[in-house]
Design a protein around this ligand. Structure first.
Ligand code: NI
Length: 344
């Protein structure tokens, strides 16, 4: 006859054993833990977390693979990040290693898949993704960049310029005139869809310095409202028509003011070669370039000048990107002709 007290002890022990059993099987499922390698030398410092599968064959393989890749790539270029993703199913471990090698301003990506089969006790490695290049999204302050700005649109010519910018993975700011927007509502969709910056170039393109305070604010606010209603985006920057500005305008403006330091005079020349040459002659890091998306010579010049600028290591960015990448916070009451770069 088992006493009640003993029965309780037995039940308690059984529960503990059950608990331990469940716990150990659970922890087996979490056998993949992160191992950390840290390597440092004079030039490079890198830290890689990689998986540990509790299987000598796989773990050694992964170890060797990582060491080999790190040594070859580091010698070659100097900047490497290896990430991974894995899946365990049907007697197989699938590990994908994503290698990111940064060189100049692009990232090269390689993907290797390593497949271990428990039954065959065998590892197969294959390259699942050929080297691909894409631009680094995070520019550094020291990268050379220029902001392209286009005034007086939207026009029949705006989408043509957007297409060229997209083709060269570039961005720009379009300072729109409020009373032209209705006619080109679809163009605004194209600007937004392609990540272009939309700025305010007043409602009726009058010289603000000749208007009353009330009229000035109306020119600015009305345009912001129209752009917001069409796109859901509030413009962040004002470019006064003709660049006409004084202390009063700066004080009144509810948005930071953007002018330029390279005037292509495209409206005067209508000559794409002249526009291109002017940019290439004066360009420097952090510049803001003035053009007009209302002229064909300008869209032709854009097509010609971007490859040249890229050859010189420039990125073509919007005004908001220029501020962001140069780490400058735009302030009210200032008219910016450039941001950061060699100008400062
Ligand atoms: Ni204008």
């Amino acid at each position: 006859m088992i006493k009640k007290k003993h029965l309780l002890i037995i039940i308690f022990l059984v529960l503990i054993i059950l608990f331990l059993f469940v716990f150990s099987s659970l922890s087996n499922k979490h056998d993949v833990i992160n191992k950390i390698i840290k390597k440092e030398d004079n030039t490079y410092s890198y830290l890689i977390n990689y998986p540990y599968f509790n299987n000598d064959k796989v773990d050694n393989y992964v170890d060797n693979y990582l060491n080999e890749r790190i040594n070859t790539i580091i010698l070659d270029t100097g900047d490497l990040f290896i990430d991974y993703d894995y899946d365990i199913k049907d007697n197989n471990i699938f590990i994908k290693f994503y290698e990111y090698v940064t060189k100049l301003n692009t990232i090269k990506e390689n993907i290797y898949e390593i497949n271990y089969n428990y039954e065959l006790d065998n590892i197969i490695k294959k390259r699942v993704f050929e080297e691909d290049n894409y631009d680094i999204l995070n520019y550094t302050k020291s990268d050379k960049m220029v902001a392209f700005t286009f005034d007086d649109g939207p026009s029949y010519n705006t989408i043509k310029i957007v297409n060229t910018l997209v083709k060269y993975d570039s961005k720009a700011t379009f300072f729109l005139v409020g009373n032209k927007i209705e006619k080109y509502a679809k163009t605004l969709d194209v600007l937004v869809k392609n990540g272009m910056d939309i700025g305010n170039h007043t409602y009726s393109h009058k010289e603000l310095t000749k208007l009353s305070d009330k009229e000035i604010l109306k020119e600015i606010d009305l345009t912001n409202e129209i752009i917001y209603n069409k796109t859901g985006i509030r413009p962040t920057f004002l470019r006064p028509s003709y660049g006409a500005m004084n202390k009063r305008i700066k004080k009144l403006s509810t948005m930071p003011i953007i002018i330029w330091n390279i005037d292509t005079l495209d409206w005067k020349y209508h000559n794409s070669n002249k526009i291109k040459d002017k940019i290439l002659k004066y360009v420097s890091d952090g510049d803001i370039i003035l053009m007009h998306d209302t002229f064909t010579a300008t869209s032709n010049a854009v097509e010609m000048v971007i490859p040249e600028l890229k050859k010189q290591g420039y990125r073509i960015v919007s005004v908001s990107e220029l501020f962001k990448y140069k780490g400058v916070k735009p302030k009210l009451g200032i008219g910016y002709g450039y941001v950061g770069g060699s100008n400062e």
